[in-house]
Design a protein around this ligand. Structure first.
Ligand SMILES: Nc1ncnc2c1ncn2[C@@H]1O[C@H](COP(=O)(O)OP(=O)(O)OP(=O)(O)O)[C@@H](O)[C@H]1O
Ligand SMILES: [Mg+2]
Length: 509
């Protein structure tokens, strides 16, 4: 983030049209901080234009909508407008700048957006963001000239120049690539909500693809993976990438409730269903009408309730607890578990018919250690940026090379959540630089992982290739009595390569 902001330098003279300089180079490979970066850009543009606020909209052509990537309204996550709606919508459609010196009695100004955001706009200036091909892909807008003034022709010229620089910088990001791709292939709309999910490794990309595809259907999705691998994050991604995104996303955590209450939680009850049931109460399925129900820790769902859930999956209907009237719902179901449901079926703890109904689309989220060192670094840097903001740390700490190496050599049994906590505490404890001693990790990473049986006909226990390599290296190293030169020779690789692999697999002392 530091280097990123350094690349966005502002001269002292705020009336200098070149006062917001963006280095395209500075953005490449910094995707992780894109959101934070855009906020900074918009902040600086607003300051430079002597405006109270700024907003950056991007155009989602397949949906004929604009969405704000950096709304200068912390209380609102995202604003969506129709192409042509409001001033920004008009600018996106025509490509021509719009200057509204005063919103009073101004026909072009649409007060609906103020109603939506609660912000009162008095003056406004908006210009288009164009790519090198000249196509409009966004709108940069500033609101309310400070001191109650008006934006004039010079301001318009200046904002146009700034927009050209912002456009240039944005074109180096995958956000732009995604907008462009969606425009070319409208059947797959913008997956902009993946912005919160970090990771570009092959296994993660494969997952984005499936999520994107599955999200557009009503198919039931089962998310599996170790603790902290992002099951909930992806459950939300399925929802927000679906046509149900404006309807509720309701979570039911089966592990957090005693078995006896889960049925009530999911299906609600009728008045008098049990002592204390003084009123009819809706369950989560009814609350989520039109939206998505996320059943977390599905493996903890009591057997009797499993049958009732199966009926919802098959017929989208059920009866409230203590009721006879059938309730029909239109919901999409996403479930998650860290348990091996197939094994539970074999043990008679999970209904087989439900198991097959629920895993229409099954996603196995890889543990962090299998996502490769690049993803680990990306995610770590992302958390440094978010923790810096969260704890109001004045200057974003630098991640030292030894600390990064330490992160890379650790096995992360708690996955992304553990990394998040680890970074958060390091950001708070460190003093400018994150050093290995700031990372709350065990002294040395443990050696071999417990052996896993290789059963070729059972897809659940197939060992990833990297794991096979790791174990092979280990056993050779053992036979060579820890002599790396000898082990490398036996393995037919260079000593440095062996050293790198040992580090990669968390086997280096
Ligand atoms: N790929 C990712 N990019 C960014 N943040 C992530 C990613 N994966 C997980 N996280 C973050 O890590 C934390 C744990 O994720 P989440 O709660 O989705 O995991 P989980 O699989 O549901 O874990 P558990 O099984 O323990 O409930 C969250 O704060 C989430 O935002
Ligand atoms: Mg979870």
């Amino acid at each position: 983030m530091d280097s990123l902001l350094a690349s966005l330098t502002m001269s002292k003279k705020t009336d200098d049209p070149a006062s917001v300089l963006l280095s395209v180079g500075g953005l490449v490979g910094q995707e992780v901080n894109l959101d934070a970066f855009l906020h900074q850009v918009v902040d600086r543009v607003a300051a430079s234009m002597q405006a109270d606020r700024g907003t950056l909209y991007l155009v989602d052509y397949p949906r004929a909508e604009l969405f704000s990537r950096a709304a200068h309204l912390p209380e609102i996550k995202q604003i969506r407008l129709k192409l042509g709606q409001g001033v920004a919508g008009a600018v996106a459609q025509s490509g021509a700048p719009v200057n509204i010196p005063s919103t009073k009695d101004e026909a072009r100004f649409n007060p609906d957006i103020d109603k939506m955001t609660g912000y009162r706009t008095t003056s406004l200036l908006a210009v288009a963001l164009r790519d090198t091909a000249g196509d409009v892909f966004g709108v940069l807008q500033v609101l309310n000239r400070l001191g109650g003034g008006r934006f004039d022709g010079d301001d318009e010229k200046k904002l146009t120049e700034i927009a050209a620089q912002v456009s240039q910088a944005l074109q180096a990001t995958s956000l732009y690539t995604e907008l462009k791709r969606a425009r070319a292939r409208p059947e797959q709309p913008v997956g902009y909500f993946f912005n919160k999910v970090i990771g570009e490794s092959a296994p993660m990309k494969a997952i984005y693809k499936v999520v994107q595809k599955a999200a557009q259907t009503d198919a039931t999705v089962l998310l599996r993976g170790e603790s902290g691998t992002g099951k909930e994050l992806f459950a939300r991604a399925v929802h927000v990438n679906s046509r149900r995104r404006d309807k509720p996303f309701v979570k039911v955590d089966c592990a957090a409730l005693p078995g006896s209450l889960i049925e009530n939680e999911l299906f609600g009850h009728e008045r008098g269903a049990f002592t204390g049931a003084e009123q009819r109460q809706m369950g989560k399925f009814e609350v989520a009408e039109g939206g998505t129900v996320f059943i977390d820790e599905l493996g903890e769902l009591p057997l009797p309730v499993q049958g009732k859930l199966l009926r919802v999956l098959q017929d989208r209907e059920f009866e409230r607890v203590g009721g006879t009237q059938t309730v029909r719902v239109d919901v999409r179901i996403v479930a998650a578990t860290h348990r091996d449901l197939a094994q539970m079926v074999r043990e008679g703890k999970f209904r087989e018919d439900l198991y097959y109904r629920i895993k229409v689309v099954e996603l196995m989220l890889p543990p962090l250690r299998d996502r490769g060192p690049e993803d680990l670094e990306r995610i770590a840097r992302h958390f440094i940026a978010t923790s810096t903001r969260k704890h109001h740390v004045a200057q974003e700490p630098r991640l030292s090379t030894p600390a990064l190496d330490r992160l890379k050599s650790y096995q992360w049994p708690g996955n992304v959540r553990e990394l998040e906590n680890c970074i958060e505490s390091a950001v708070v404890l460190c003093d400018g630089d994150i050093l290995p001693e700031h990372l709350p990790l065990p002294e040395t990473s443990r050696l071999p992982a417990p052996p896993v049986t290789l059963a070729a006909n059972d897809h659940e226990t197939v060992v990833p290739l990297a794991e096979v390599e790791r174990r092979h290296i280990l056993s050779v190293l053992e036979r060579a009595d820890g002599n790396r030169t000898l082990a490398a020779k036996w393995l037919g690789i260079g000593r440095n390569t062996l050293g790198r692999k040992l580090k990669e697999y968390g086997l280096a002392e």
